[in-house]
Design a protein around this ligand. Structure first.
Ligand SMILES: [Zn+2]
Length: 100
């Protein structure tokens, strides 16, 4: 994968709707990286139409905060974990009942 360029995040276009940073690719498409990935320490934006990619130069303090939506999905994952635990508990109870 060829590195096309290193781009300052200030030079990229931010779309608050999709939370995507993008930058024009010489192939006519755009390099894209999600805000989520930037917060995760990911700094490589790639182009879906070719093999080029760019390295994004940024500091975490330059990033807009992630919207609340994201913490909602974390809550969902936690709920699912709890549901799984309850289910396992029920299975253990069921197995106990069977062995009696
Ligand atoms: Zn491209």
């Amino acid at each position: 994968m060829p590195l096309y360029e290193e781009i300052e995040i200030e030079d990229m276009t931010y779309d608050p709707e999709t939370l995507m940073y993008s930058y024009p690719c010489p192939c006519g498409d755009r390099f894209k990286i999600h805000l989520d990935d930037l917060w995760d320490g990911e700094d490589v934006a790639d182009c879906q139409s070719c093999t080029l990619f760019i390295q994004v130069i940024y500091e975490e303090e330059d990033l807009p905060p992630l919207p609340d939506e994201d913490s909602d999905s974390e809550d969902e994952a936690e709920t699912k974990l709890k549901e799984t635990a309850v289910t396992e508990e029920n299975i253990i109870k069921a197995v106990d009942a069977l062995s009696i």
